[in-house]
Design a protein around this ligand. Structure first.
Ligand code: CAA
Length: 259
């Protein structure tokens, strides 16, 4: 399928696909079409057995500078309600395969929220994360008050959301928002490297492990523990569990079949 605002790379590395946000002149501002294309591409990759991990990236200057302000500026509340733009985000949240954001430059507003919708974040030293919606008379609408607070805690989330101040990649790392900071020329390579490490594992185990970690965001501890336990037991129905444990005992590398 061909898209206007994204580029799909089916094989960045063995079992690793990539989706590049591609509206460079607009700093990859996330208009409705881009988000819909992103959802469609991710759902296709999710269904593709040749893909075990996905990297989302922009370019050196911007991951994404937020939702498209020009597209939203004239809208009323009922227009926004009818457009229901965040249902696309809900679908992306349901992608089963691990997604890594490779971030350089601006990750602002919806751009920052999109990185938080991913499972891990690798950033270049030049990356800047922020929720500047307050500067344009609104507030974050795609998880910025929720996922950000869970990631970095109340004090820093309040400061970012109420002042619109950006934080650097180093600050984001120190706050627990992102996984790794690397020189700008390496941000994509490092994200691919991380994706390859994940893609070497049993895809079924990865899927259930991702689902279990995400469950912790919206359940109490006891419910989350039961959920985790069920997924743990379920994995004993897989050939990959037999192979993984046999390989450990026989001191060899496992050959996971996604079965
Ligand atoms: N929407 C639409 N267009 C955008 C955009 C956005 N979010 N961000 C940048 N652009 C456009 C600019 O309008 C400009 O286009 P023109 O050349 O046609 O004028 C182009 O991208 C380049 O941007 P700048 O000239 O502004 O570049 P800069 O280097 O001077 O500044 C910036 C960079 C600080 C990121 C600045 O562009 C900026 O502040 N952008 C807006 C950031 C923002 O407020 N994001 C939140 C959006 S709301 C949201 O995301 C809601 C939500 O929760 C989902």
């Amino acid at each position: 399928m061909s898209y206007e605002f994204i580029l799909v790379h089916e094989e960045l590395a063995p079992f690793v696909a990539g989706v590049q946000l591609n509206r460079p002149k607009e700093l990859n501002a996330l208009n409705l079409q881009l988000m819909s294309e992103l959802r469609s591409a991710l759902e296709d990759l999710d269904a593709n057995d040749a893909v075990r991990a996905i990297v989302i990236f922009g370019n050196e200057r911007a991951f994404a500078a937020g939702a498209d302000i020009k597209q939203m500026a004239g809208k009323g509340a009922i227009d926004m309600l009818k457009i229901d733009q965040f249902s696309t985000w809900d679908s992306i949240r349901r992608i089963k395969k691990p997604i890594i954001a490779a971030v350089s430059g601006f990750a602002l507003g919806g751009g920052c929220e999109l990185t938080m919708l991913c499972d891990m974040i690798v950033a270049s030293e030049t990356a800047q994360f922020g929720q500047p919606e307050i500067n344009i008379g609104v507030m974050p609408g795609a998880g910025g008050t929720q996922r950000l607070t869970k990631a970095v805690g109340k004090a820093r989330a309040m400061e970012m959301v109420l002042t619109g101040n950006f934080i650097s990649a180093e600050e984001a790392k120190e706050a627990g928002l992102i996984n790794k900071v690397v020189p700008v020329e390496l941000f994509l390579d490092e994200a691919i490297k991380l994706a390859k490490r994940v893609a070497e594992k049993s895809p079924i185990a990865i899927q259930l492990a991702k689902e279990s970690v995400l469950k912790s965001f919206d359940s109490g501890l006891q419910e989350g523990l039961f959920f985790e336990r069920k997924n743990f037991y379920t994995l004993f129905a897989t050939e990959d569990q037999k192979e993984g444990m046999a390989a450990f005992i026989e001191k060899r590398k496992p050959d996971f079949k996604n079965k």
